[in-house]
Design a protein around this ligand. Structure first.
Ligand code: AHR
Length: 864
């Protein structure tokens, strides 16, 4: 058999050499972009031997994608120009759109592995069209020229560079400066405008192979478990021998399973944060929705039963300058009420108590009490009480309401018991029943669902919320602490509002309450790479003159969390009710940023400052939004260069990726940074969760567990989503005001979180059928948990048939007899499957039927 394989390889080798022998030394490559899809399709190549007949590669396969600006309208590549410099590095420059005074630049050595893009600003006024480059041998620099439309006139402008990083000031040019090197060629019957370059044949061969590999990987990615019933139609139940190797073990991370909290899908306000009043500070603003909803304003969720002019919004002399807006009621008749509809109504539970509070100020001498009521749509009263009289200056008034009946959609009414003008702000209704009874706390059922995952850490506040939509929207932790009326609300990048009621204190408190490490993630001085506000994507960055203060803010966070109460920031934490330090150990810097010079400069500055002042803190860097590509590669290069202790990887992948990349982390260099897999999920068309996605997550986590010497942390993303307010699917936990809906993928996280270990044991699966397609759908992992003294065996069966397995524990010191068996099983499209716990009898060798489409966990007690 071996000899046949050897012969086959030899034949292939000879064939390959023959092919090579027939190929030309050089050929032509044509680089171009089409205007299809609004110019979003990126850079394409075609090749030719005679410069007349062209072969499109792909055709129209995308070899480079423009990263500029927000998704949708931006990320365009118009009229790319490819050019090889004196050192034989290739450079592509292109127009970004018809408006901006910037062009794009990226460099490559092989025409498919690209360095980070940059977008030099070369025009103050006027666009940059048809840019081109030429080498000026006399000046030994590169001349870049372009056409610009200024007030209806087309003019030529130019700049020079030696390194494509810094550019001379732009000046007007002439026709003589233009080389007009673009040509039109016919590809597949279509005329395309682009640039022809002569290259050696291996360059073209490399492009063809790159394309073929990409196609192959696309095919792998498209593999679905839903096709398996047909793919394996004749398959009968299988047998497996699973043997544990007690001699082959290693220490693994004890922080492997954590959670990713981001205020997306109403995860905070209207979600985990238990406040029942929507827009309590009257701070909603149409800008929160990028002006898509003009009714999203200070009056959103509020109404007044009196005349229209009786309810106005004022900003003069507010309770606190951070919350400028407040309501002014002009009561002409006692009984007129200001009403809040809550977030999709207010849920009241019979017998439960609710803390009401309001800041009130009697204007023009108005005095008297406020009657506070909880009513239904017909005015039926469920609870009511009166405050003390309002004062002439802002005063906080508080009372407790007890619901006499349960109702899902109550509303709150504030009914001044006097006529005249009164100002009201920060109108709050908070259930006394919060998670662990915390003041300003969290919704208990949601918090419990998170706690049940037994997460070892909680990431906060995102996700994209961390780095925000533009510089002004970067999440600033200092705006989220202190009295609620002094916090600074902000626009949420997901187009709604953040009250900051669930701020850094509440977050750290929650971590402590569930025994998880806090993992705050802070912007690396750059906003989201897809920002549409105040620039184009991430291309701005906090000005370097402001970076010292920005870095100081991050250092202050560490002091706030860990400093004793004699320190400036530790004192604030103590005053907020937590005199003991929070013992912060991890800080993430950056969120899947575009890895550019702008990023690197700022990240390095922050990283060095933390390292110097707080060497005990583990800084987690970032390597872009994907599991490959420029950001991933260059992000890793920067992390390795700076010796960043850990990096945050993100990828959302289809089932086929998880099936075909099981050795993803086996290939990682153990001497470099550790990995925090900060965002991942299995995505299928329709973006729903079912047994297919759950089992792919499980398969991946089994592979990660084997590599938990290099992967230290993981968090599925996103965590929470409110029905009717969801910007992103799928999410681990869905909810409405009264119910929590747990997903199949939630149960996988729970099984891994509750059955984690700190030592990993190798195990070998011998399947009765050696078909590779079958083998890659069965996986096992064995860990030892020092705390409980349990060995934990996990088995994933992604096949449509049962696997009758013999488990050989060899000399693993387990107690024979009853062991706990937990099985998550369902049809591949099942969205409702839940884990079932039972008992199994175990010995050093035992049998178990592993059902089709299942994740099985067996907890074995050890002989301690
Ligand atoms: O998890 C949802 C989003 O996905 C995060 O905000 C962002 O980091 C990623 O693109």
């Amino acid at each position: 058999m071996k000899r046949i394989a050897l012969l086959f390889s030899l034949v292939l080798l000879i064939l390959a050499q023959n092919l090579l022998a027939n190929q030309p030394d050089s050929a032509y490559v044509f680089s171009y972009a089409t205007t299809k899809n609004g110019g979003h399709n990126g850079l394409h190549y075609a090749w030719s031997i005679d410069r007349k007949n062209w072969n499109g590669i792909g055709p129209e396969f995308r070899f480079l994608f423009c990263d500029f600006g927000a998704w949708g309208s931006q990320k365009r590549m118009l009229t790319p120009f490819l050019f090889q410099d004196q050192q034989e590095t290739w450079h592509a420059i292109w127009s970004l759109n018809e408006q901006v005074g910037q062009f794009a630049h990226a460099a490559t050595n092989d025409l498919f592995t690209w360095e980070p893009q940059s977008y030099p600003e070369v025009m103050n006024d006027g666009n940059v069209m048809l840019p081109e480059v030429s080498y000026q041998s006399n000046e030994q620099n590169y001349l870049i020229t372009w056409l610009s439309n200024i007030d209806g006139d087309q003019k030529i402008f130019k700049t020079t560079t030696t390194d494509f990083k810094s550019y001379s000031p732009t000046v007007e040019g002439t026709e003589n400066d233009r080389i007009n090197a673009r040509e039109e060629v016919l590809i597949d019957g279509n005329k395309q405008l682009g640039v022809i370059s002569k290259v050696s044949w291996p360059v073209i061969d490399g492009l063809i192979k790159f394309y073929e590999l990409s196609k192959f990987r696309e095919i792998q990615r498209a593999e679905r478990l839903t096709d398996d019933a047909e793919r394996f139609a004749d398959l009968k139940d299988l047998k497996a021998e699973i043997t544990v190797d007690p001699e082959n073990s290693k220490a693994i991370s004890d922080l492997l399973i954590g959670v990713f909290f981001e205020d997306i899908n109403y995860a905070a306000d209207g979600g985990l944060y238990a406040e029942l009043i929507q827009n309590r500070g009257f701070e909603y603003n149409p800008a929160d929705t990028k002006f898509r909803d003009l009714n999203w304003n200070s009056k959103k969720a509020w109404s007044f039963t009196g005349s229209e002019s009786g309810f106005t919004i004022d900003t003069l002399a507010p309770v606190h300058p951070n919350q400028k807006h407040f309501a002014v009621l002009t009561i002409s008749q006692v009984g007129e009420a200001l009403q809040n509809e809550g977030f999709d109504g207010i849920l009241l539970k019979a017998g439960d108590k609710y803390n009401f509070s309001v800041f009130a100020k009697g204007l023009t001498g108005a005095k008297g009490k406020l009657l506070v009521r909880l009513v239904d749509e017909n005015g039926k009263v469920y609870a009511q009480a009166s405050t003390k009289p309002v004062a002439a200056d802002w005063k906080k008034l508080e009372l407790v309401l007890m619901a006499n009946e349960s109702i899902g959609n109550a509303r709150l009414q504030v009914v001044p018991q006097f006529t005249g003008k009164v100002a009201l702000d920060m109108i709050s209704l908070f259930p006394q029943q919060t998670f662990k009874g915390r003041e300003n706390g969290l919704r208990p059922d949601l918090a419990k669902a998170i706690a049940d995952l037994h997460p070892r850490f909680v990431r906060f506040p995102g996700g994209c919320v961390t780095h925000g939509d533009g510089l002004d929207n970067i999440y600033r932790w200092k705006n989220t602490i202190g009295p609620l009326e002094s916090r600074k609300p902000d626009r949420n990048i997901w187009n709604y509002h953040q009250s900051m009621g669930l701020g850094y204190f509440e977050y750290f408190q929650f971590c402590e309450d569930i025994g998880a490490e806090p993992l705050p993630v802070i912007a690396a001085g750059v906003p989201c790479q897809n920002s549409s506000t105040g620039g184009h994507g991430q291309q701005c960055g906090i000005p370097m003159c402001d970076m010292d203060q920005y870095v100081q803010d991050i250092l202050d966070l560490i002091e706030w969390a860990n400093g004793d109460k004699s320190t400036k920031w530790g004192k604030l934490r103590a005053e907020a009710g937590h005199p003991e330090p929070f013992n912060l150990k991890y800080v993430g810097i950056g969120n899947e940023d575009l890895i550019t010079d702008i990023f690197e400069e700022r990240f390095t500055m922050i990283f060095n400052a933390i390292k110097e002042k707080y060497p005990e803190i583990t800084v987690i860097g970032t390597v872009g939004p994907f599991s490959e590509g420029t950001d991933y590669r260059v992000g890793w290069e920067i992390a390795s260069k700076l010796k960043v202790p850990m990096v945050d990887e993100h990828y959302y992948q289809p089932p086929g990726w998880y099936l075909s990349n099981q050795d993803f982390y086996d290939r990682y260099d153990r001497t470099k940074s550790k990995v925090y897999l900060g965002e991942y999920a299995t995505h299928i068309p329709g973006r729903r969760l079912n047994m297919e996605t759950a089992l792919c997550d499980a398969l991946h986590l089994i592979n990660v567990e084997r590599n938990a010497d290099v992967v230290s942390m993981t968090s599925y993303a996103p965590l929470l989503a409110k029905h009717g307010h969801t910007q992103w699917n799928p999410d681990l936990i869905y909810f409405n005001n009264s119910e929590v809906f747990l997903t199949t993928d939630y149960y996988v996280q729970k099984l891994f979180g509750q059955n984690a270990g700190d030592e990993f044991y190798a195990s070998l699966i011998k399947l009765s059928d050696g078909n590779e397609n079958l083998k890659k759908r069965v996986a096992s992992s064995v860990v030892f948990d020092r705390e409980s003294g349990d060995y934990i065996l996990k088995l994933a069966n992604l096949l449509p048939v049962q696997i009758n397995s013999t488990i050989n524990l060899a000399d693993l010191p387990v107690i024979e007899g009853d062991a706990e068996l937990i099985t998550l099983q369902g049809e591949v499209t099942d969205e409702k499957a839940k884990p079932v716990t039972s008992k199994i009898s175990v010995s050093s060798e035992f049998e178990i039927e592993v059902p089709a489409y299942s994740l099985t966990v067996i907890r074995l007690k050890s002989v301690r």
